[in-house]
Write a protein that binds this ligand. Structure first.
Ligand code: SF4
Ligand code: SF4
Length: 158
């Protein structure tokens, strides 16, 4: 009798058993979870609410007349750790101050929120907008117009 052949057949059976048991376990697991509540969402059509403390894109706030509340004092720019804020202040004859230019480099920003904390006029805030993308660094230099409407830059899937 060729002993080698007998041994080879029995070892193949063992190998098949080793494959089938995990396969069945996997199928049982899949069936168990097939009808359970989904934990994923269809992004970006659906999105989860973020915490009120979330620090996303900045907003330069405006008053009831649509004018910037910012008085271009420069405190936010001074306190900003990565120096992501730059502005050109302007003062009218009557003493009214406002920024001629105001830029935030949203790539340099580390979203610490210091600018919001430091502002004496409650003129800047960090919003819940977290998923904004663009193609160039220049596009992520937000000027006054972009900073007034951060919600326009929420990712919409295209
Ligand atoms: S959140 Fe922090 S890093 Fe970003 S602009 Fe404000 S102060 Fe600078
Ligand atoms: S701290 Fe406030 S008021 Fe002063 S420049 Fe910054 S946003 Fe404007």
């Amino acid at each position: 009798m060729n002993m080698q052949k007998v041994i080879r057949v029995s070892s193949r059976r063992q190998e098949k058993g080793k494959l089938i048991v995990p396969l069945l376990k996997g199928l049982v697991y899949t069936l168990k979870n097939l009808f359970s509540k989904k934990v994923t969402i269809l992004y970006p059509e659906h999105r989860r609410a973020v915490s009120k403390r979330w620090r996303g894109l900045h907003r330069l706030k405006t008053d009831e007349n649509g004018e910037l509340k910012c008085v271009a004092c420069g405190l936010c720019a001074v306190i900003c750790p990565p120096e992501a804020i730059r502005m050109t202040p302007y003062e009218e004859d009557g003493g009214t101050r406002y920024p001629l230019e105001f830029f935030i480099d949203e790539i340099r920003c580390i979203y610490c929120g210091f600018c919001q904390e430091a502002c004496p006029k409650d003129a800047i805030e960090l919003t819940g907008v977290y998923d904004y993308v663009d193609y160039t660094r220049a596009d992520l230099q937000f000027d006054i117009e972009k900073l007034k409407r951060p919600e326009d830059f929420i990712f919409k899937g295209k």
